[in-house]
Design a protein around this ligand. Structure first.
Ligand code: PNS
Length: 167
């Protein structure tokens, strides 16, 4: 058994993320999901606190999973929780190059290694970015996100104002 850290922006968590969390929990045991601020993605739809709350509701069926919010470096978050490994999900080969570079960089600094888990093919096309984009225009994303996220997205201003009218 190993303790693993699964870091990400999770803005918001979607079913591909949940699949990786479920896989990691079954393989390793304790999983700490770390909601992180990504310096490459300023702004965002939800606050870190909102993201953390939605993740916590979405993983309620997994007793070995807990959710934390961190700022700063993933390696520092991993050290803070005593993680043995960082876990990252890979949807397609498109994710691989950048994730491998981050994994090697992180390992070079503190020695912590990253384990890649392929996201189930069923969710390999899902991204938080497109979930946000569709939801902002009032589209239906209930098949892509856990129910607590779908409920929260449905409360967004403008959710019911989707229109096909041209400007
Ligand atoms: O879900 P994302 O946006 O792909 O998650 C990326 C995240 C937050 C894990 C990444 O941006 C990150 O590692 N941020 C913290 C800063 C850090 O550790 N930088 C060093 C990378 S080698």
């Amino acid at each position: 058994m190993a303790t693993v850290l699964y870091p990400g922006s999770f803005d918001p968590i979607h079913l591909g993320h949940l699949d990786v969390i479920e896989q990691a929990s079954a393989l390793f045991g304790p999983v700490i999901v770390a909601t992180m601020y990504n310096p490459d993605k300023p702004g965002g739809m939800f606050t870190i606190g909102e993201r953390k709350a939605m993740i916590a509701e979405s993983v309620g069926h997994l007793p070995d999973v807990r959710v934390e919010a961190f700022t700063g470096l993933v390696i520092d978050a991993a050290a803070a929780v005593g993680a043995d490994f960082i876990v990252k999900g890979l949807r397609t080969s498109g994710d691989f190059e950048f994730e491998l570079q981050m994994a090697h960089t992180n390992e070079s600094v503190t020695g912590i290694r990253t384990v890649f888990l392929p996201t189930s093919a069923r969710w390999s096309f899902v991204s938080s970015r497109f979930v946000r984009e569709i939801a902002q225009y009032g589209g239906d994303v209930r098949h892509l996100v856990p129910a607590p996220v779908a409920r929260r997205l449905a409360e967004l201003p403008g959710h019911t104002s989707r229109t096909t009218e041209q400007p």
